[in-house]
Design a binder for this molecule. Structure first.
Ligand SMILES: [Zn+2]
Length: 258
């Protein structure tokens, strides 16, 4: 087992063991009437050495840390610099940081060789699933701000209420189901069936761009190379071309609405 396989495995094992607890905590924390408990790591349930993990890693954001981006799907403004979720220092600095370094290499190989092995594609999928999970954790935490009634860490409390607009139209339990779904995807080791749902694009100019529909798809382009990825979290395709055509449709609509 390679080092990166091992890191993904630790994440799977921890979420299999603690996912339910974590999801309930993330979800219920924001509906409490008493003082909230200590923050827990949303990857392993630990309460030791809790740090703030960026939903999107800093290396993707580059100079865009302070920038406010609009999510194409729900039209909500997000300041990426403040998009943080709690993770213990082991998960943040040892596991997720390692995976990110690995992903940077994969993306740079892809750019140079114009190719990507199935193994690398599976690891990109695993990484994108982690981002989707973090986004959903963040969305659940923003709900708290909406009902805001406690002296929470100031950094968490700065998100605008409007960021939650997307979730206000649905029942809270649906958001919980989504959170659990995103955990369940991470827990599943095998990703080969999703490889056709991962579309690799080659933008003409390297730049950072991001949009997502939680639980459905994600688009990310990278500032350091001419690579962009689009991934359908749930939809599966017999042919890559069909997935690519659908992804391009979505990208075009987002570009037009933006
Ligand atoms: Zn942890």
């Amino acid at each position: 087992m390679t080092e990166v396989d091992l890191k993904f495995k630790i994440l799977r094992v921890n979420l299999r063991r603690h996912g339910l607890n974590i999801a309930e905590d993330v979800f219920k924390r924001h509906h409490h009437t008493t003082k909230p408990k200590d923050e827990i790591c949303v990857f392993c349930n630990s309460i030791t050495a809790i740090t703030k993990e960026h939903v999107l890693p800093k290396w993707i954001l580059e100079n865009n840390l302070q920038e406010t981006m609009t999510s194409s799907v729900n039209k909500q403004m997000i300041t990426y610099n403040k998009a943080l979720v709690p993770a213990c220092s082991e998960c943040n600095n040892s596991i997720l940081a390692f995976i990110e370094k690995y992903i940077i290499k994969v993306i740079q190989y892809m750019d140079a060789l114009d190719n990507c092995s199935n193994e690398d594609a599976c690891n990109i999928i695993r990484w994108l699933e982690i981002i989707d999970y973090k986004l959903q954790v963040l969305d659940c935490r923003r709900k708290y701000i909406k009902y805001g009634n406690s002296e929470y860490d100031r950094d968490w409390g700065r998100f605008s209420v409007s960021m939650m607009r997307h979730f206000l139209s649905m029942s809270p339990w649906r958001a919980y189901d989504w959170l659990r779904s995103s955990q369940r995807r991470i827990i599943v080791k095998e990703k080969i069936k999703g490889v056709n749902s991962l579309i690799i694009l080659k933008p003409r100019i390297p730049h950072f761009y991001f949009f997502t529909q939680p639980n459905e798809y994600i688009y990310l382009s990278f500032p350091m190379c001419k690579i962009a990825v689009f991934y359908f979290f749930k939809r599966r395709y017999e042919y890559y071309e069909d997935a690519a055509a659908e992804a391009l449709d979505i990208i075009k609509k987002v570009a037009e609405s933006g």
